[in-house]
Structures are given as structure tokens and as C-alpha cells.
Design a binder for this molecule. Structure first.
Ligand code: 5AD
Ligand code: FES
Length: 354
């Protein structure tokens, strides 16, 4: 037996067998973080991810195609009121060139991520999606374009988009409102996620760990949301302050808590697609390795042209902004091999668990 308090052992066992805890039990688990609890959870999480995914680590090629955004999220480096951000927008040809390079490097999923940039209308976006799907029929296209209308999501899905990432950011309404200007609505965001699911996308939600105002209670709601919404993916990474935001002096999230939550999410949803994020790699040189060793199974190296990488700065000191795509791909392959995992060349779809 271990040295954990009996309540902790009971909760971990319950989580393992029921994939569910009450809100106050999730909060208890978070408040009682300890290195020993983290190790035990990581061991269970890794065993589960191996049952579904073996040693495979799925890769997604991330194309950050525009940093122009109409929103003003208080924490984000590309918020519209940051006048010190050099704005850019990739052309359709630039995006196709990124896919071409990515395909050669073995990527079979392309993630098109951008700010909420009005230039990319449904017409333009659908054309890009269908062009990628026609050129690379064996690839999945993931979109991460923020909040759009139901009709827009529907058109993009018909154009061939397979997956959509829209972090919910926090499942607590008051906390959401403290992180966003009043033009942004919690219920609208949650509604978008439901619509995406209805339309048959593989859907990813997610949140930052250690965002200003986050508490064990708000985090418990995030976990409950993951449990009940049953997303196919969940992107979590530490909050990292950006100098051009009001949170420039706020404390960043920690590697430890991020990894602890990755393990808990793996136990809630055994076959979920769970990235070890760039933000995690930014706050610790071995952050992504630690993420995989806590139950994550996806990495998302950057495929954007090096000339724009530094400009897509959501937070300070983002890694990989000076490296060519091929270097990133190789670097990650080596990193994964060093911990006994292997990057695979296929779409890496969600595996249904029931
Ligand atoms: N630190 C960490 N993550 C951030 N994001 C935005 N700003 C930051 C920051 N300062 C995350 C948000 C967003 C995703 C694209 O990046 O969760 O959904
Ligand atoms: Fe980009 Fe290592 S993953 S340099």
C-alpha cells in the first residue's frame, strides 16, 4: 500500500472504475495534490493510454495561418488591443505549401488554427478545406477558428473538415467572464461546442491550467465538463503570462498541476486524444515528455513558415519559433523515442471506447 490518505486512495479507485467523481470529489483531488498522488495517477493513466494506443504518439501539423483576431481575451497575446503585435495572414498558396511540406514529413493531420479573422469567410475557408482534402485524401483536417455560426460549422463540415478544436477555457461562468470582455459569452461558447458535436466533428475542448482566478472549484467544473460532454480531444496547457496583457505579472501554471490534470482526464476518458502542448514544452524543457509520461498521446509540432512563427505569440517565450518544420518533426521524434514512444504516420483518429 502507499502513503496516501485513505480518502485519496478511495477517490483514485473510484475514478479508475467509474470514470466519474462528484464536483466536490474532483476539487478534493486537486486540493490534495502531492507528488505521490501524481505518480500513482500517472502510472494508471499511462497503463490506460497504452491499452488503447500502445506506444504510439499521434502528430498533428499545426498551421497558424492568421494572428488577426476580433476578440480581446484578457490573457491572450494576439488579442486585438495588443498594438505591438505584428499581424499577418497566410495566403491559400502559403497554406497549401505548409501542407505539402507537412505531408512529406509524414503528417496526416493538418490543424488550421487562427484568430477570429473576418477575412476567412465561409467561402474562402471551405475552399481551402476542400482543396486540402482533395489533394491529400488520406489526411484529416482539424479546424481551430473560434466561434462561428451553426451554418458556418455545417458548411465547413460539408467541405470535408473532420475535427474542430474550441477550448471552452473554463467551465465556470463567472470565471469565464473574468477572463473575457463582455462581448464574449460563456453560453455562446458552450453552445458552439454542442453544435460542433451535433454536426459530427471530432470535437476538442480544453482549458489553461493556472489561469488567473482559477480555483480547485473551477477546475472541478472543467473536469466535470470533460466527463459529461465527452469530447474526443482535450487540449490543456499551462497559462503563461504575455507581456502585452493585463496579466503580465500573473503567476504561470505549473508543469506539475498540468501533468496531474492530464492523468485525471485520461482516467475520466480512457481513449481521449490528449496533447502534450507547446505551452507545456515552454514552461519546462522536458514538459512535453512529462505530458506523455502522464497519459497524453498527441503532439502538435508547428508547420507554419518560420517567417511568421514569432508573431503567433499567444504567450511569452513560446518554443519552436526559430525552427524549420523538419527540425521540429525530427526533434519531437527523438524526444518521444527517448522516453520509449514512437511517432506514427497516420490520421490518428479517436478510438471509440465502448
Ligand atoms: N497562456 C497559455 N495559453 C494561452 N492561450 C491563449 N493565451 C494563452 C496564454 N497566455 C490558449 C487558449 C486558446 C489557445 C489557442 O491558446 O486556451 O484557446
Ligand atoms: Fe520544435 Fe523541438 S519540437 S524544435
Amino acid at each position: 500500500m502507499n502513503n496516501l490518505a485513505p480518502t485519496m486512495n478511495m477517490l483514485i479507485e473510484k475514478l479508475e472504475s467509474h470514470h466519474s467523481l462528484s464536483l466536490s470529489q474532483y476539487a478534493f483531488l486537486i486540493r490534495h495534490y502531492s507528488e505521490e498522488a501524481a505518480l500513482l495517477l500517472a502510472e494508471k493513466a499511462v497503463a490506460l493510454r497504452k491499452r488503447f494506443y500502445g506506444n504510439a504518439v499521434y502528430v498533428r501539423g499545426l498551421i497558424e495561418f492568421s494572428n488577426i483576431c476580433k476578440n480581446d481575451c484578457f490573457y491572450c497575446g494576439i488579442r486585438k488591443s495588443n498594438s505591438n503585435c505584428q499581424r499577418y495572414r497566410l495566403s491559400e498558396e502559403d497554406i497549401m505549401a505548409c501542407c505539402h511540406e507537412g505531408y512529406e514529413l509524414g503528417f496526416r493531420t493538418f490543424v488550421l488554427q487562427g484568430g477570429e479573422d473576418g477575412y476567412f469567410t465561409d467561402e474562402i475557408m471551405c475552399r481551402i478545406v476542400s482543396r486540402i482534402k482533395n489533394t491529400y485524401p488520406d489526411c484529416a483536417v482539424t479546424l481551430s477558428l473560434g466561434e462561428r455560426s451553426y451554418e458556418s460549422y455545417k458548411a465547413l463540415r460539408s467541405a470535408g473538415a473532420d475535427r474542430y478544436l474550441l477550448r471552452h477555457e473554463t467551465a465556470d461562468q463567472a470565471h469565464y467572464e473574468s477572463l473575457h470582455p463582455k462581448e464574449m459569452s460563456f453560453s455562446h461558447r458552450m453552445n458552439c461546442l454542442k453544435q460542433l458535436k451535433e454536426l459530427g466533428y471530432q470535437v476538442g475542448c480544453g482549458f489553461m491550467v493556472g489561469s488567473p482566478g482559477q480555483t480547485p472549484q473551477t477546475l472541478a467544473k472543467d473536469l466535470k465538463f470533460v466527463e459529461t460532454f465527452r469530447p474526443h480531444m482535450c487540449g490543456i496547457g499551462p497559462f503563461i503570462p504575455h507581456q502585452e496583457t493585463i496579466y503580465r505579472d500573473a503567476a504561470p501554471g505549473t508543469v506539475e498541476m498540468t501533468c496531474y490534470l492530464l492523468s485525471i482526464i485520461r482516467l475520466i476518458s480512457p481513449s481521449i486524444l490528449l496533447p502534450a502542448t507547446t505551452a507545456l514544452g515552454t514552461i519546462h524543457p522536458l514538459g512535453r515528455e512529462k505530458g506523455i509520461l502522464s497519459g497524453a498521446n498527441v503532439v502538435m509540432p508547428n508547420l507554419s513558415p518560420v517567417s511568421v512563427r514569432k508573431k503567433y505569440e499567444l504567450y511569452d517565450n513560446k518554443i519552436c519559433t526559430g525552427d524549420e518544420s523538419a527540425q521540429c518533426r525530427q526533434c519531437l521524434a527523438r524526444r518521444m523515442e527517448s522516453i520509449g514512444y514512437e511517432i506514427v504516420t497516420h490520421r490518428g483518429d479517436y478510438i471509440k471506447q465502448d
